[in-house]
Design a protein around this ligand. Structure first.
Ligand code: ZN
Length: 407
């Protein structure tokens, strides 16, 4: 297989998680008596441009059916993040009634509604019908298509170039990252700004966040690599911010190469930190599997020990990252009999692969487990606060990434 950005042969494996079902393919009771589809989950790294990327596999497009619709507005933290971003951009870019804000993967309008409220024209691009319909109800025009260079050129021809083109957590999900970036270039006004947010591969490596690896993530990105991709498309990164979202993300600011804005010191400083972390050498990539295996083995060891001691363990949070972890570790209901989740759409279903039943949060009160394993470690403070009552019977909380912690 060749690198999706530079075409170099991919010779090095970053992470091999074997086979896994799609991380969001929650099962009904009826599904449990049917065969379940598993796809290879293997990540390679390019030793030329350092793009970390999924290995191609057959029938990949089956994974992206509209059944996997996720409504961004469900998370209150994410809504607040979007609102703060909108306010920051309106001020920074002096957006007005004469501007156009384009969002790629506009989902249910969780972000663009803030621009609509301020009277700033916007356009959403969202292929998933169910979420696009919700956005249209909020008065947001939506094109139900995948974003690509052809669409970018069409928007330009129709006079719909953006003063701001925003993409939150779409860039890492795009199979053809070069074509997508050329689309951004085509649809950008001469003085326009692109912002993209994506998980930072440096943080993924530092914190052994191997459980954030799913089939739906085609790329794991550094500033260095995105800088290369932008340059190849005739764009330039002029600023970068580090965000706490998704275990550590980057927000990059892009413009046309000829734009007058100077590149900030933040860009150079972060490029230097990445180089110091060795991200342009093989070592941090090829040593990652062993670190992921240690996390997996420590969790398994903990669960087996509790099982032998007759202790009860329950999990909290039926998140996608939990599925990656449980499936790689081969954990089944004998070691972890239940997982609780506040999302009613998941309750009564089963985790893909592990087939652990998903119950409402009250089930923790009834089961009185000795340990609650928090699968979405990124919200562990919130989960501990909500479930502090387990202390009444001496219960403890456990997180397993980046290392096993019992508290
Ligand atoms: Zn490459």
């Amino acid at each position: 297989m060749k690198c999706r950005h530079c075409g170099n042969l991919l010779l090095h494996t970053f992470l091999d998680l074997g086979f896994a079902p799609p991380s969001n393919a929650y099962l009904t009771a009826a599904d449990l008596s049917k065969p379940e589809k598993y796809y290879p989950l293997k990540i390679k790294v390019c030793d030329h441009c350092w793009l970390v990327q999924t290995e191609d596999y057959a029938q990949a497009d089956e994974l992206f059916s509209p059944d996997y619709a996720y409504f961004s507005s469900i998370s209150s933290g994410w809504l607040a993040h979007a609102k703060a971003y909108a306010e920051q951009m309106m001020q920074l870019l002096q957006l007005s009634r004469n501007s156009l804000v384009i969002e790629v993967a506009s989902n249910d309008g969780y972000l663009l509604k803030n621009f609509v409220a301020a009277g700033i024209p916007c356009l959403g691009i969202e292929p998933t019908t169910s979420t696009a319909t919700e956005a249209e109800k909020l008065g947001i025009p939506v094109l139900q298509e995948f974003f690509c260079e052809t669409l970018g050129k069409r928007l330009a021809a129709e006079g719909k170039k953006g003063d701001l083109i925003s993409g939150k957590n779409v860039y890492a999900h795009v199979p053809d990252i070069n074509d997508f970036t050329l689309g951004l270039k085509s649809a950008l006004k001469p003085s326009g700004t692109i912002t993209l947010e994506f998980p930072h591969v440096m943080r993924l490596i530092e914190s052994t966040q191997f459980d954030t690896v799913y089939h739906e993530h085609f790329s794991y990105l550094s500033l260095y690599t995105v800088n290369h991709i932008f340059q190849a498309a005739g764009l330039r990164i002029w600023d970068v911010e580090e965000l706490p979202t998704h275990g550590g993300s980057l927000r990059i600011y892009g413009c046309h190469q000829a734009d007058f804005r100077p590149t900030t010191n933040a860009v150079e400083a972060l490029l230097r930190r990445e180089a110091e972390a060795g991200l342009q050498t093989l070592s941090p990539y090829v040593s990652f599997q062993a670190r992921a295996n240690k996390v997996k083995n420590d969790l398994l060891d903990f669960l087996v020990r509790q099982n032998r001691a007759g202790k009860k363990v329950a999990a909290y949070g039926a998140a996608a990252k939990g599925n990656t972890l449980l499936n790689y570790a081969g954990i089944k209901p004998d070691l972890l009999p239940l997982v609780c989740d506040a999302a009613s759409a998941k309750q009564g279903k089963y985790m893909p692969g592990s087939h652990i039943p998903i119950l409402p949060p009250q089930a923790i009160q009834e089961a009185r487990p000795d340990f609650v394993l928090i699968l979405p470690w990124n919200i562990s403070d919130e989960v501990m606060e909500q479930n502090v009552f387990i202390r009444e019977w001496g219960g403890k909380f456990v997180t397993s990434v980046p290392e096993l912690v019992i508290q």
